[in-house]
Design a protein around this ligand. Sequence first.
Ligand SMILES: Nc1ncnc2c1ncn2[C@@H]1O[C@H](COP(=O)(O)OP(=O)(O)OP(=O)(O)O)[C@@H](O)[C@H]1O
Length: 260
Amino acid sequence: MSAIIVFQDVGKAFANGVQAVSGINLAVEEGDFITVVGPSGCGKSTILNMTAGLFQPSAGQVLYRGQPVTGINSRTGYMTQVDHLLPWRTVAGNIAVPLEIAGRGKKEIAGEVERLLALVGLVGFGASYPTQLSGGMRKRAALARLLAYDPETLLMDEPFGALDAQMRLTLQIQLKKLCRSLGKTVFFVTHDIDEAVALGDKCVVFTSRPGTIQQVITSSLPSERDLMTLRFNPAYAEECAQLWRILAPALEAQNSPQEA
Ligand SMILES: Nc1ncnc2c1ncn2[C@@H]1O[C@H](COP(=O)(O)OP(=O)(O)OP(=O)(O)O)[C@@H](O)[C@H]1O
């Protein structure tokens, strides 16, 4: 395996004086599923944004396949809590957007859209409009649209945050399976400790702002794991507890009232 994303002494100070992250050193291997956790405002989204090239670090550099990221990184695809599906387009129409932008022919687009619908379990829903879908189905549609860009790295910022527990589990299972079969590298930000342990090959734990890497936990769970029965696995429970112990002091500090 080789590193696809490398952070070298990366810091980011915004124009308003906020130092979001500092001294970030991290290598993400190709095909890794990396989860990122940390207290609110510690710079988790900031590191995804720098990987996507939405803005540059103010110190150090982010390398993607050995090259500094200096502009929009089109090898990455972004998914956030808000799905940004176009309400006036059908599901098929939404998934087709990246293919249309790429200038593909109508027939090719239709075939590709069908393939993507099948990949995310939405066969038969291509003609539906986003408002006619459940929250989980909207996520699947957004995932299919993301995959239509064929990014090699998925940057996911709390993508399943707003879903109920069962829907979330279903999507986690599907995402993990898809990423394995398609060989995607994933950088996945979450507030949910159970989710971070369930999905990650490695979990990167951030300190409070300015965010630095407190620890990188390599999962002892097999890469191919059954998320459905994970809650009964003692190793999973222990890793959740370990992560909780690391994060608890920062979360407690965040929740305690500020002194005047
Ligand atoms: N474009 C910006 N301009 C100024 N400050 C910003 C900008 N983007 C982020 N920040 C600040 O940088 C800090 C880190 O933000 P970021 O969104 O990366 O944190 P986070 O860990 O993802 O937060 P959360 O868990 O609450 O989503 C915050 O204080 C935020 O207000």
